[in-house]
Each structure stands twice: as structure tokens, then as C-alpha cells.
Design a protein around this ligand. Structure first.
Ligand SMILES: Nc1ncnc2c1ncn2[C@@H]1O[C@H](COP(=O)(O)OP(=O)(O)OP(=O)(O)O)[C@@H](O)[C@H]1O
Ligand SMILES: [Mg+2]
Length: 331
């Protein structure tokens, strides 16, 4: 049973990765810009990478002893690192070495031109594997969406296309040095944030994964029955009291009943008849103390949610939901 469950989890992880890659792809123009310390990011990703890579691949991370700050979307940049690591693992089926190295570089006009950049201060992330390398044809096509040399069900050809898009959004570039039998080195250059006063703000550390639910009540609104059940189970297991509704109308009916109390409204945004944003407004009017948290798989909703209510991006994992719910209930 453990083995079967392992397979199921692996399949789910793969589906999650694919979904988020497709979403990243389609929401290219809307980016979240925050300060990201790549050293911290690699530190955080390190443990997960060990798991992804398995025991046969030796991982080294260098240059993460001091901050390397860039601007971008931390979650997407982390996904880029994961995609590169997964590719490296696939290129080293019998094991090998993977090194991630960060460095501050100053590129003059000539050096910058080699990478399609303008002169300036950059952070370079070099991802080097000792795998089989690539022939010229492969090398020339790897960043194209749906280009893959992997068999059906193994690769979708979106990993590097996604990496390319994310890096470009940050104003950077990605390139590769490779030859058959000589491994591959991917190099990412991202504009460096040099102002130290900005650095101090840093990137907020990830919220703790253990919630302190007490007996707080959450009004959960989600029209997709499967998602609703999963979220409900996650929240109930964590000890929250959950009122689960399949529509905004049902949720309003509950709130309008005398004597009800809800600590948090946790609602999907895109639903038939009434959007989660409108529901949030109505609930706020009826019960102003209610905290609000959105969830959505769509990014083009950003304008709509500039109402200062945070949003949990779908697809999500258990700990994301719990961390964000706990943070919302606290603050
Ligand atoms: N480190 C590497 N060593 C050798 N070949 C690589 C490496 N990284 C990528 N490639 C080649 O580039 C192709 C495209 O990579 P990409 O990550 O975009 O898609 P994929 O890995 O095939 O599928 P997906 O990432 O969507 O699961 C791969 O199929 C592989 O042929
Ligand atoms: Mg890949």
C-alpha cells in the first residue's frame, strides 16, 4: 500500500507541476514583483532538491553564504530551479553531480552582449550537471514550448519554456553550454538589486506550516466539489470548524442567519452567478469582523483582488493552505 500511495503522490506532484507550468505560461504578462534573495531561495529549495534528485546525484550549492538579491516572483524562480534540477536528474539516470552556484557579476557591454543583455550588475546562477549533454539540434530547441526528447508521459517540454519565460519577466536571460558527453551548464543572469536599503526588507520568511486552529470557524466557499472536499478535509484535520458551501448564495444564507459567527471567509473567486470578490464585500457588510482569504487558479484577477485580501494560488499543497489560513487568522 505504501508503494501504491507513493505512486499516487508522485502522479499528483507531476500533475501539480504541469498545471502550474501551464498557468505560468498563460499568465506571462502578470508578474508578482518582490525582492528575492536567491541565496535564501536556494537554501530553502535545497532540502526539497535532495529529495527530487535521489541518492545517486551529488548536490552542491555554492555562493549562497551572502545575499544575492534580484526582483521577481519567488515562487516562480523556485520553480525554475526545480525544473533545471529535474532535467539534470533525468540527464543522469545512473547518478552524477549537480552544482548550483551563485555569483555577483559585473558585465561590460561586450560581455553582456554575449548573453543578450545590457552592461550592468547581475546575479549569475550556474546550474551544472555531469549528464549526457545535448547535441546541437536539441540545444537549439530546448527553450521552445513542448519540445521534448522524453517519451510520452515522461516529459511535456514545458520545463525550460517556463524557465525562459520567468527569467525574461525578471529582465534576465538563460542560456546553456553543452556538448554530447560533456554535461550541461545552464546560466541564468538576473539584474541585481544593488541598493542595500532594499535588501534589508528582504523576502518574508515562509510562514510556519503548523497552524494553531483552536476552535476558529472557517466559511469555505468553492463550487468545485472535489476541491471543496479536499480543502475541507485539510482544514478539519488541522482542527478548524468548517462550514462548507458550494455557492456564494449558500454562504450568504449562512451568514445572514442570526447568531452565526465566522472568523474567516475562505472563498474561490471565479464561480457562476456571483464572484468571490462580491461575496467578500457582502460578508464584510454583514459581519465586518470576518477575515477574508481568496483562492484562485487565475492570475488575471490581480486587479480585482487589490482589495487587500490575500490570495492562495491554485494548485496548492496542504501546508500552503494551512500556512496562509493561519497567517490570515493571526493578522
Ligand atoms: N540538463 C540537461 N541535460 C541534457 N538534456 C537536457 C537537459 N535539460 C534539458 N534537456 C533537454 O531539453 C528538453 C526540454 O527540456 P524541458 O525541461 O523543457 O522539457 P522536458 O524535461 O522534456 O519535459 P518537462 O520539463 O515538461 O517535464 C529535454 O527533453 C531534454 O532533451
Ligand atoms: Mg524538464
Amino acid at each position: 500500500m505504501a508503494a501504491d500511495l507513493g505512486e499516487i503522490m508522485e502522479a499528483a506532484r507531476r500533475a501539480e507541476l504541469l498545471t502550474s507550468q501551464l498557468l505560468t505560461f498563460s499568465r506571462r504578462d502578470s508578474k508578482k514583483v518582490e525582492l528575492v534573495d536567491l541565496s535564501q531561495l536556494l537554501g530553502r529549495a535545497g532540502r526539497m532538491l535532495h529529495r527530487v534528485l535521489g541518492e545517486e546525484v551529488h548536490l552542491t550549492i555554492r555562493g549562497n553564504d551572502h545575499p544575492h538579491v534580484v526582483q521577481g516572483d519567488a515562487a516562480q524562480l523556485e520553480q525554475v530551479v526545480v525544473n533545471l534540477a529535474v532535467n539534470a536528474r533525468d540527464a543522469m539516470p545512473t547518478g552524477g553531480a549537480l552544482s548550483l552556484a551563485l555569483a555577483d557579476v559585473e558585465l561590460d557591454a561586450d560581455q553582456a552582449a554575449l548573453h543578450g543583455l545590457i552592461a550592468g550588475a547581475y546575479v549569475e546562477l550556474a546550474v551544472q550537471d555531469s549528464g549526457g549533454g545535448m547535441d546541437e539540434f536539441t540545444r537549439d530547441h530546448i527553450f521552445e514550448p513542448f519540445f521534448t526528447t522524453k517519451s510520452v508521459g515522461k516529459g511535456t517540454g514545458l520545463g525550460l519554456a517556463m524557465a525562459f519565460g520567468v527569467v525574461q519577466q525578471c529582465g534576465g536571460t538563460i542560456g546553456v553550454d553543452t556538448a554530447i558527453g560533456e554535461g550541461s551548464t545552464f546560466r541564468i543572469h538576473l539584474p541585481r538589486v544593488v541598493d542595500p536599503t532594499l535588501v534589508d526588507k528582504g523576502v518574508p520568511a515562509r510562514a510556519p506550516t503548523t497552524a494553531t486552529p483552536g476552535d476558529q470557524s472557517i466559511l469555505l466557499v468553492e463550487d468545485d466539489a472535489a476541491v471543496r472536499r479536499v480543502v475541507q478535509r485539510i482544514l478539519v484535520h488541522a482542527g478548524y470548524r468548517v462550514i462548507s458551501c458550494a455557492s456564494p448564495e449558500e454562504a450568504l444564507e449562512y451568514v445572514e442567519q442570526p447568531g452565526t459567527h465566522v472568523d474567516l471567509l475562505f472563498t474561490d473567486i471565479v464561480m457562476p452567478r456571483m464572484r468571490g470578490t462580491e461575496l467578500a464585500q457582502r460578508v464584510s457588510t454583514l459581519a465586518p469582523a470576518t477575515r477574508i482569504l481568496f483562492m484562485s487558479g487565475y492570475a488575471h484577477l490581480e486587479g480585482e483582488t487589490s482589495l487587500a485580501h490575500p490570495i492562495v494560488q491554485k494548485p496548492f499543497q496542504r501546508h500552503d493552505v494551512l500556512a496562509q489560513v493561519a497567517a490570515r487568522l493571526r493578522g
